[in-house]
Design a binder for this molecule. Structure first.
Ligand code: AMP
Length: 217
């Protein structure tokens, strides 16, 4: 499978669908949000810088994100990848194009997961994550077997600071203002594929696969 950008609002299911793609197609998952959270856990300078913005639901400055993505693209050499959470505005998209040129590669498709705002809010406010391994749970649909404890690694299951109400509102606003306009950018490149992101994760995956395999996409 060629390189993919998974696009969509916070809570649209990008992380879940990326995990399927990694498993099915052996792609490398590049999630800028996960990379920042790891840097915060490891208390690096990058983590300290990113945290100032993340907890409020604001975007981390472009130069910081772009520098980090450049490092990852160099590390993974020529493996195919799925980008999750990057680019998030037009200037990041332009920077990505330059980086890809440098690495002699391109994006095949941009898969946009479409989910109504009310559903995003309810998904984000009920989401819980393992503070150690990042496994994702949901207090309504998929709680850990033992409350507060990760099924996979025994770590503590918590609510992300940016999944609290005030930050959710900011993140959705940032998406509308800075990120959603990117859809037109990718549409003009004939790369955009829109997928209904509502429903069971496996159903959404089937729609993604069908769209990516269709000769017209
Ligand atoms: P995510 O896990 O993708 O929802 O990202 C969590 C947070 O990390 C975002 O709300 C931003 O603060 C930051 N972040 C992740 N990716 C980017 C990006 N491409 N540009 C700027 N900030 C980002």
């Amino acid at each position: 499978m060629k390189n993919i950008i998974l696009f969509g609002a916070p809570g649209a299911g990008k992380g879940t669908q990326s995990a399927f793609m990694v498993e099915k197609w052996g792609m490398v998952h590049i999630s800028t949000g996960d990379l920042f959270r790891k840097a915060i856990r490891n208390e690096t300078a990058l983590g300290k810088e990113a945290r100032k913005y993340m907890d409020q639901g604001e975007l981390v400055p472009d130069a910081v994100v772009i520098g980090m993505v450049e490092e990852v693209l160099t590390e993974i050499e020529d493996k195919n990848f799925v980008l999750d959470g990057f680019p998030r505005n037009v200037s990041q998209a332009e920077a990505l194009e330059n980086l890809l040129k440098k690495h002699h590669t391109t994006i095949g498709k941009v898969v946009s997961l479409e989910v109504p705002t009310e559903t995003l809010v309810s998904r984000l406010s009920s989401r819980r994550v393992c503070s150690q391994c990042g496994a994702v749970y949901n207090v309504v649909g998929k709680p850990p077997r033992v409350e507060g404890i990760c099924d996979q690694c025994g770590g503590q299951v918590i609510q992300r600071d940016d999944d609290k109400e005030e930050a959710i509102r900011t993140r959705l606003q940032v998406y509308e203002e800075s990120t959603r306009p990117l859809k037109t950018y990718f549409e003009n490149q004939n790369k955009l594929v829109e997928i209904d992101g509502v429903g069971e994760a496996q159903e959404v995956l089937a729609r993604v696969e069908q769209a990516l395999n269709s000769p017209t996409s």
